[in-house]
Design a protein around this ligand. Sequence first.
Ligand code: AVI
Length: 323
Amino acid sequence: MKTKKTGQQFDTTFYKEIYEGLTAFPKYISSKWFYDKEGDHLFQQIMHLPEYYLTGCEYEILDTHTAEIASLFSGKDGFELVELGAGDGKKTKVLLNHLVAKNIPVTYKPIDISQNALDNLEQDLQISLPDLQVVTQQGTYFEVLEKLCKRSGQKKTVIMVLGSNIGNLNHEHAVSFLSDIQKCMTADDLLFMGFDQKKDPTVILNAYNDSQGVTEAFNKNVLKRINKSLDANFDCEAFKHWPTYDPETGTTKSFLVSTKAQKVNLNKLNLEINLSPWESIHTEISQKYDDHIVDWLARQSGLRVIQQFEDSKRYFTDYVFKK
Ligand code: AVI
């Protein structure tokens, strides 16, 4: 079963949000629009970069604690594993391999905003784990949670959000996201979520400013996407990628800074905008956490941490929550 959002609904939200962000002061574009086909491809590359430690650390956690995590997840008569923002599912596959090998009944429900990512994942699982029951769903977290809340089955559900995807939300939105999840959980259900931790600021900044320029291309790709789909004329090469990290708040912010004055026409929006030299467009936040912040977020959302798993460098933590 696949649920596809119609092109028109998608366009309306995209047009509206891009219009709002580029006519605001200061200007912004939500990082959720990074993920078109090229954006997915660039993010795949980022996950393999030596500087982008998050993927390797979380992989290590899942690989080291597979059996313990699997037994925590297993219900009396199997369970449903709902993964929000599944991407290429590479880390999850460690767990899925184990579940299939141990004959633990599971239905894997990967969810992603990118249909392209889901198609690739489904194809890959059909070949590597043909016995696994997989049900994909395309959509935003919010649409998917609505469906989850209306589910009629009695099976235990484990909701999984890996990769510190929650870090792309500010605290206010993170609390409402966690609260939305909490409302859909029964007392038996679990939430398993990855949170990138505060650490040496240099390590963090390097992760968002890699030496090969892939993260720069990833940020600039959103302008290319706007150029293509909104018939616009951003001079993408005239922008500088500028990530910052504030160790007090734990917030990494990425900006695209215009190195010159630009008049940009966005023909499909019937909009013309002006950028002054060195004016910024805020593109992404990647929040970093510690146990106190995560506890606080959990309490604000009606959840509690029941267990946590760390990598050997203590760069990254996967927390298990109950309501
Ligand atoms: C998907 N998300 C958690 C990534 C992050 O670390 O914020 C996206 C990313 N942005 C730049 N590099 C990776």
